[in-house]
Design a protein around this ligand. Structure first.
Ligand code: SAM
Ligand code: SF4
Length: 448
């Protein structure tokens, strides 16, 4: 008998990509194999995101497309997992009664059991409120063998007024440092050379933990130093630090730890102090810029990326100009720009002064144009330099594609397997990628 097949679609951030590796791992351990064709699939899983509104529309659109397939093949199981599942729970089954399993962010470990129960008992819903097992502790099926996401904390204790995350992921729960290290050591033994530590606010990692037989709490800087000592690992990344909780010991740990890459994702959200206050982001523009200066002084050449929201309720033209001003001064290498999207249940969704779409779009376009120009300037500064590139896969126009330690995408000619480290000379620049020429083939990362 042919193995059962699953189709998995992931929406949203790295946390969701990380959870999807676990969903794939759980299904594989249960005997499933992956397919890209919905018509072939015994199980279709949507791992959803709730950060912006269009995520809902996309999910219901996708579920609508599946409906005729499900009617033709009633044994096909449809699963909705992730943040929208956690947030909307029963509503999903009301709007799309052909869904078989709704599994929230905390209930992922029970996915297989829910699928089995759906066979005999009909539709299942599990949107429990508490995480009992970290997703990282579940079996994983990773897309690339040389890189792994490692969750160090789930949930968030902040209350940014625009953000749905605390509602769908719950309060922060840090993973004991020993568990994180054991996972990273195991990954390194299996040939993983690059890891990304994941948490909504990595700086508050450990606040909810105690070190056995000590009054101290492990700090993020301690974790970075400990992970840096793991043999076989070559690159450490992390996302995201919150500018409010950022501390000098993290800069010291980054500067001292040779495996920690020269890149930081440092979410600004807005350059206006008034808007930052309304967002409940408790740093201010000058403090943010001050941190950037210190980080750049301690780690020369570090690349900086950020998140920016345009059109927060009440944002005036002057507030927006403040954001443009910070963007000009910060000279980000990359910015993820978002149009504000009201999320029911968040404080900002109830605020007065919700802006019209055309106004937000016009500001958004100006921000993107400015940032694109800065990104190109920053990329051009790289031309003529040498860089270590870790190959990730095929380039879009032939050749291979990888990343520098500064997280810059580089296209290189020739065939190079994912996981290969190359020494490359940078010969061309575009806003979102560089062109490199092979200086020397260094080695192939052992992936197994
Ligand atoms: N914990 C991270 C932090 O504090 O920076 C953010 C995590 S969130 C998954 C990623 C980004 O989505 C945020 O930094 C923010 O820019 C954006 N975002 C969150 N809620 C949003 C909303 N309601 N509308 C538009 N963008 C939003
Ligand atoms: Fe959301 Fe703010 Fe927590 Fe980030 S820090 S996840 S933006 S509430």
């Amino acid at each position: 008998m042919a193995e059962p097949r699953y189709l998995l679609r992931t929406f949203g951030c790295q946390m969701n990509e990380h959870d999807s590796e676990r969903i794939a791992g759980l299904l594989t351990a249960d005997g499933y194999v992956a397919t890209e064709e919905a018509a072939d699939a015994n199980v279709v899983v949507f791992n959803t995101c709730a950060i912006r509104e269009n995520a809902d529309n996309r999910l219901y659109g996708n579920l609508g497309h599946l409906r005729p397939l499900k009617q033709a093949n009633p044994r096909m199981r449809i699963v909705v997992a992730g943040c929208l599942a956690q947030k909307d729970g029963g509503t999903i089954r009301e709007r799309a009664p052909w869904v078989d399993v709704v599994v929230g962010t905390h209930a992922l470990p029970g996915l297989i059991e829910l699928l089995h129960r759906a066979e005999t008992e009909g539709p299942q819903l599990d949107v429990r409120e508490q995480t009992e097992i970290f997703p990282s502790a579940l079996p994983a099926l990773r897309e690339v063998a040389h890189h792994a996401w490692v969750s160090i904390a789930v949930g968030c204790d902040n209350a940014c007024t625009f953000c749905i995350v605390p509602l769908v992921r719950g309060p922060q729960l840090s993973r004991p440092i020993g568990d994180v290290l054991a996972e990273v050591q195991g990954l390194a033994r299996r040939g993983v050379v690059e890891i990304t530590l994941l948490g909504q606010n990595v700086n508050t990692y450990g606040r909810d933990l105690t070190v056995p037989r000590s009054a101290q709490r492990p700090l993020f800087a301690d974790l970075l130093r400990a992970v840096n000592r793991v043999e076989g690992l070559r690159r450490i990344r992390f996302t995201s630090p919150h500018p409010h909780d950022f501390t000098p010991d993290v800069i010291d740990a980054m500067a001292e730890s040779d495996k920690v890459c020269e890149h930081i994702h440092f979410p600004l959200q807005s350059g206006s102090d008034r808007v930052l206050r309304a967002m409940h982001r408790s740093y201010r523009r000058e403090r943010y810029l001050g941190w950037l200066e210190r980080i750049r002084a301690a780690i020369p050449g570090i690349a900086v990326s950020t998140d920016i929201i345009v059109g927060f309720p009440g944002e005036s033209e002057e507030d927006f100009e403040d954001t443009l001003d910070v963007v000009r001064r910060a000279r980000f290498d990359q910015a993820y720009t978002f149009q504000y999207s009201p999320r029911p249940g968040t404080r900002a969704a109830e605020m007065e002064g919700q802006l019209d779409k055309p106004e937000v779009q016009e500001r958004f376009d100006r921000l993107v144009a400015l940032q694109e120009a800065i990104a190109l300037e920053r990329m051009r500064e790289q031309v003529g330099s040498s860089a270590e590139v870790l190959i990730e896969g095929l380039g879009r126009k032939g050749g291979a594609q990888g990343r520098t330690r500064g997280n810059r995408v580089v296209h290189v000619g020739g065939e190079h397997a994912p996981g290969t480290f190359l020494d490359v000379r940078i010969v061309g620049a575009h806003p979102h990628h560089l062109e490199g020429e092979l200086a020397e083939r260094r080695e192939h990362a052992a992936v197994g």
